[in-house]
Design a protein around this ligand. Structure first.
Ligand SMILES: [Zn+2]
Ligand SMILES: [Zn+2]
Length: 237
């Protein structure tokens, strides 16, 4: 079942992007499996309508599950992993997946959130399973995969505890919903435009080579600067 639900493509060496084609575009996020020499990362988890680990099981190495932030399109299958990391500011929300922060009800009540209903799936019963963090990740923390090292960036604005992963050696940047090539959501509970402006100033100056975002296609540094500058202009920053 999960095999038919997800799609995946290798976007760079050791990095597979996974998504859910049947999910409404507003809730359709990019999920990333990053493979290292000594361990792997699963960054974000989709809606949980189908099991992500059933589609992309852990290999023979330890797997760290990292949630970029607590929104429904990123955390549905988070509970299925044993080692769960995220930002301390959203720790209480991962622990209960309350609707006003994780937006499970927004998904359930959205017109046609799913183009296909999996057999046996009842939308009215949809809930996000609580997934308490077992590890906290904050600004400047590192995640070492043996042959590559990621630095955690805390980039609030879209949500209070949005985090991103930067491989400073090759400039590959996993931005999640901090920045993506599309309408930037800043008007939901937990979002804050003033805070987002500071994040955009930081992103505008960030030295990266490739941005893998939480939504849409990957892009380069110049496009990231354009998106950040567009947001700053829109809000007079
Ligand atoms: Zn998202
Ligand atoms: Zn989000």
């Amino acid at each position: 079942m999960a095999d038919a639900w997800f799609r995946s493509v290798t976007v760079s060496p050791g990095v597979v992007k996974i998504w859910e084609p049947a999910v409404h575009p507003f809730f359709q996020a990019n999920l990333y499996r990053i493979s290292g020499r000594d361990r792997d990362i699963q960054l974000d988890f989709g809606t949980g309508v189908q099991s992500l680990p059933a589609f992309a099981p852990a290999g023979d190495k330890p797997l760290l599950a990292i949630a970029s932030h607590v929104h429904i399109d990123h955390v549905g299958s988070f509970f299925e992993y044993a080692d769960r990391a995220g930002h301390p500011l959203e720790a209480p929300f991962f622990a209960d997946m309350r609707d006003d922060m994780a937006f499970g009800a927004m998904f359930r009540d959205h017109p046609e959130p799913l183009a296909v209903l999996p057999e046996g799936f009842v939308l009215a019963d949809y809930r996000i399973e609580p997934a308490p963090l077992t590890q906290l990740l904050d600004e400047g923390d590192t995640v070492d995969l043996g042959d590559r090292l990621f630095t955690v960036l805390h980039l609030p604005g879209h949500s209070p505890g949005s985090i991103a992963l930067l491989d400073e050696r090759n400039g590959e940047f996993f931005a999640a919903d901090a920045i993506y090539d599309g309408y930037l959501v800043d008007d939901v509970p937990g979002a804050d435009i003033e805070t987002y402006l500071r994040t955009m100033e930081r992103l505008r100056a960030l030295d990266v080579s490739m941005v893998h975002a939480g939504h849409g296609e990957s892009f380069g540094r110049q496009r990231m600067q354009e998106i950040a500058e567009g947001y700053l202009r829109k809000h007079g920053g």
